[in-house]
Design a protein around this ligand. Structure first.
Ligand SMILES: [Zn+2]
Length: 234
């Protein structure tokens, strides 16, 4: 099992680890600060160093029950000590984007209290989130954007923690995704913005002010009860 260092410290840029398994040009490490692809957030990229050698980390993903760092070439072996360095500019942008997505959800729910997230994909330039909303128009999009930027300007702390599943179930609003309810996880990781909890395994900035201005670039009708909002951060 790879220890996921970013779950506790989203600002960790470098770390040391040991290679615990090798599969072609893929390696498993005993711990990592690289975000593992999932939850609508792309994996981190970066570099692994071992002595004089360096390997580009192209992607990090789960496969066959393990977490693999997919490298640009083979050469590492089990037991090797490595230093990992993540591409921080890329990751930090994704952290701002991911926090923006949570702020947007909070803004959407202030006008549509029943709205849930039905899908989403973060990216570097433009991200999207889908919401179970019946009607949306230009005016409501403007209002949502304004509300989101109010939350940014309030510069609220973004706290990350864990709570037992039973305790999390007492806060129904913690689960904002319609289809993905974590089943057999004893501890629920949450991201809390102001007083709003959100079950999430992603990486986040530590205050809403760090996100910068949120711009909703377009709203698309994805069905009777499904609307897609595209957004950017500046
Ligand atoms: Zn999230």
């Amino acid at each position: 099992m790879t220890e996921l260092l970013y779950l506790k410290d989203c600002y960790l840029k470098e770390f040391e680890a040991f290679v615990t398994d090798v599969w072609g040009s893929r390696v498993e490490l005993d711990k990592t600060a690289f975000y593992v692809h999932g939850g609508g957030q792309p994996s981190d990229t970066g570099t692994l160093f071992s002595g004089e050698l360096s390997f580009k980390v192209l992607e990090v993903k789960r496969d066959q029950g393990k977490i693999w760092h997919i490298l640009d070439s083979g050469g590492l072996k089990k037991g090797d000590k490595v230093k990992g360095k993540i591409d921080w500019a890329r990751r930090y942008k994704l952290m701002r984007m991911h926090t923006a997505a949570h702020i947007l959800t909070k803004a959407v729910q202030s006008f549509y209290p029943q709205a849930l997230v039905t899908g989403g994909q973060l990216d570097l330039e433009e991200s999207r989130d889908d919401y179970s909303i019946g009607e949306i128009n230009e005016e409501s999009v403007k209002m949502i954007e304004e509300k989101a930027n109010e939350i940014v300007r309030a510069n609220l702390p973004v706290e990350i923690g864990e709570m037992p599943r039973q305790e999390a179930l007492k806060i129904p609003s913690i689960f904002k995704l319609r289809d993905v309810m974590p089943k057999n996880i004893p501890m629920i990781r949450y991201v809390k913005i102001g007083n709003d909890h959100n079950a999430c395994g992603g990486t986040h900035v530590s205050t809403t002010g760090e996100v910068g201005r949120i711009e909703i670039t377009r709203a698309i009708n994805k069905g009777k009860d499904n609307k897609r909002l595209y957004f950017r951060v500046q």
